[in-house]
Design a protein around this ligand. Sequence first.
Ligand SMILES: [Zn+2]
Length: 131
Amino acid sequence: MEDRDFYAGLIRLHILHHAVAEGPVYGLWMIEELGRHGYLLSAGTLYPILHGLQRKGYLRSSTERVGQRTRRMYYATPRGEQALAIAKQRVWELFGELFEPRATPAADAPWAEAPHAPGDVLGAPPPAGRP
Ligand SMILES: [Zn+2]
């Protein structure tokens, strides 16, 4: 996956979101869910992420019997729920900034191309003798 630094956090938030909103998640389901969103992770990549979230106290896990097999289920902890709530506020803020019309002077603003006199410094008072 390209630009993986950007997505490392998004993948962790995604896992935490599903663990909080939908109850326990397990590895194979999470791989499929993330794949649906375009994050193609192998088990060898996902499990260390799950273990890391567990080590930091955001998830806890227990093994459960499914037919003849056991499956490790990951549950959100109160700490995980709290961390997700804070992260959601930050994502919301970033989302607003990413998609709102620009509020700051930009290259396509009408005043952006106004020529500056040589030596003119933005914010500096006009030199004496100029109007
Ligand atoms: Zn999802």
